[in-house]
Design a protein around this ligand. Sequence first.
Ligand code: PLP
Length: 228
Amino acid sequence: MQTIADRLTNARQEIEHAIANAHRPAHCVRLLAVSKTKPVSDITAAYEAGQRQFGENYIQEGVSKIEQLKTLTDIEWHMIGPIQSNKTKLVAEHFDWVQSVDRLKIARRLNEQRPAHMPPLNVCIQLNVEQEATKSGIVPDELADIVDAITAMPNLRLRGLMAIPAANVGETQQRETLSRLQTLYEQLQAKVDGIDTLSVGMSNDMTLAIAHGSTMVRIGTAIFGARG
Ligand SMILES: *Cc1c(COP(=O)(O)O)cnc(C)c1O
């Protein structure tokens, strides 16, 4: 049976392979291990195998794990799930990154609630490039305004964009969505200092996402196994 360490090795190899195929520099894509619903012991196993960046979707569950693992001070905790505005304080007080900033109100509250003794909270704007009504996220027309607002917030540090493109579409549509994202990312990089994260790509679309400039892929099941 494969261990978490084995599966991490495979995921990292797959990422480097996709990077090489895309003629991009080695190690230019970070791996976020998505540990939602998985026990703390699984996170420790991944940590012992060298993994440092973990993603959680549910605020209470994530905060509980962060507290249980607070002796592992070099873990970087990423919030990647939807955030209700009455839960922003918990997020601001515990996470290192929030990738799922999908409206200005959330950004404002995170900025106000980030404790003064902590470094600025790293954030990504979650984009909905396909403009699906059922999906959360900022649509491209709204991007410039929220970028201007966030870059003026002292306790947030804008790092880039995050997206969850539709999974059950053909490759042509996947490529179209990914290249729109890549263009918006490059425009943001040209406009704002310190933009270094295009968080896109999961197990099913990782290779294509890396071919379209992704700098961070988010992988859960392939590392920790199916969620119950
Ligand atoms: C759950 C989740 C992932 C990981 O999904 P897997 O299918 O388990 O690899 C990545 N990104 C987000 C936003 C998620 O919610």
